[in-house]
Design a protein. Structure first.
Length: 383
């Protein structure tokens, strides 16, 4: 179904409005999910802090009880306190292992659990522990206590690193959330204003295609066309311009054929003349050499054509005369040139010296950039 330009503008306005609305709602949805993730991280951080505090309390209790054993002042209540504290410590480590599962903390927690279990077994298997004044027993209790303290220190160090990482992540996520929400609000609020820029952009697109096609025509590129499938005012204009391009291309092909014919005529005439002929454009680019000069210099067309005369293998005397003519943009008459030529004599390639005169005749165009310069080289002086 084809719509008029006015109808398409209305449809484009509604579509743009719906897109902006969906974008706003989607952004708010994902930002809300992001906020939930941050809250979950905060809750996890609080749980970790609580477990760490409980672990610290249990470790300090063990150290206090160990001090009593070291001073030989332990009582039955100290033994029971030690057993309860070790039991609580095992429970805390168990909960902590669930929280820090598959992290760098897991190995340290496992080692601590092993130490606590050994300590617990030692306490349970020792009779009248509070009355045992054997230095070996005291040293064993002190050793287990020190191991628990060292393990707790390792846990605290690793937890500190984990907490720092999470705090950085939380700050980053909060900052991102604020920025996203700000941008979402701005985009949603300014959406209707952006539509006023989007719609003209969509409407002006076919006109830009037409403008680009016209610029290509100005550069004499006729292999262009405007593709516009809508059957409306712009479609009619596009068809007329495409028709004009086809007519111009046909005219250019006829003109190119005519130029080709003239060039062939020029080539025939230049080869009929028993002189050496060179043609260049206003920039010094060689466009033609006749067969006589090819034979004289023993070169091929690939060596010189479509190249600047300075970059070719032509004799230096010829180049110098051409450069003077291009620089002065004037006619050159009977300028002496000398160079070596190569000819096959008695099945041998021999060099011979050529001395002659060069004449350059400028062929003027409507602009100086369209000038051409014809050089004629002969052994006789022109009169």
């Amino acid at each position: 179904m084809n719509f008029s330009l006015k109808r398409r503008i209305q449809v484009a306005f509604m579509c743009s409005f719906i897109i902006v609305l969906i974008m706003g709602l989607s952004s708010f949805y994902f930002l809300d999910k992001l906020n939930d993730d941050i809250q979950n991280k905060m809750a996890s951080l609080n749980v970790e802090s609580s477990l760490s505090d409980a672990l610290r309390t249990s470790t300090l209790d063990i150290l206090k009880i160990q001090r009593n054993f070291s001073n030989l002042k332990a009582t039955d209540s100290d033994v029971k306190r030690l057993q309860n504290t070790l039991s609580n410590l095992l429970a805390q480590l168990s909960r902590m292992s669930v929280v820090y599962k598959k992290s760098e903390m897991e190995e340290t927690i496992t080692q601590t659990v092993t130490i606590v279990k050994k300590f617990t077994d030692f306490v349970e298997k020792s009779d009248d522990l509070n009355q045992n004044k054997n230095p070996l027993v005291v040293d064993t209790i002190r050793g287990y206590s020190d191991d628990i303290l060292n393990s707790y220190s390792n846990i605290v160090d690793k937890k500190f690193n984990i907490v720092q990482e999470k705090e950085v992540q939380i700050r980053t996520r909060v900052k991102q959330t604020k920025n996203h929400m700000l941008w979402t609000l701005l985009l949603t609020a300014l959406g209707t204003l952006l539509i006023s820029l989007i719609i003209p952009q969509r409407v002006s697109l076919p006109f830009r295609k037409i403008s680009e096609a016209i610029r290509e025509l100005q550069e004499c590129n006729f292999d262009v066309s405007i593709y516009y499938k809508q059957d409306d005012e712009i479609g009619a204009l596009s068809k007329d311009i495409n028709k004009m391009i086809r007519n111009l291309k046909r005219f250019e092909e006829l003109r190119a054929d005519r130029i080709s014919v003239e060039l062939r005529k020029f080539d025939i005439l230049a080869n009929l003349v028993k002189k050496n002929v060179i043609v260049s454009d206003a920039e010094g680019g060689l466009v033609y050499l006749n067969n006589s000069l090819y034979s004289l210099l023993n070169i091929k067309s690939d060596d010189v054509l479509q190249k600047n005369i300075k970059e070719t293998i032509l004799p230096e005397s010829v180049k110098n005369v051409y450069e003077i003519a291009l620089k002065r943009k004037t006619k050159i008459e009977n300028e002496e040139v000398e160079f070596l030529t190569k000819k096959i004599i008695d099945d041998e390639l021999k060099e011979q010296e050529f001395k002659g005169f060069a004449n350059i005749i400028p062929i003027r165009g409507k602009e100086s950039a369209l000038d051409y310069y014809i050089m004629i080289i002969s052994k006789e002086m022109f009169t």
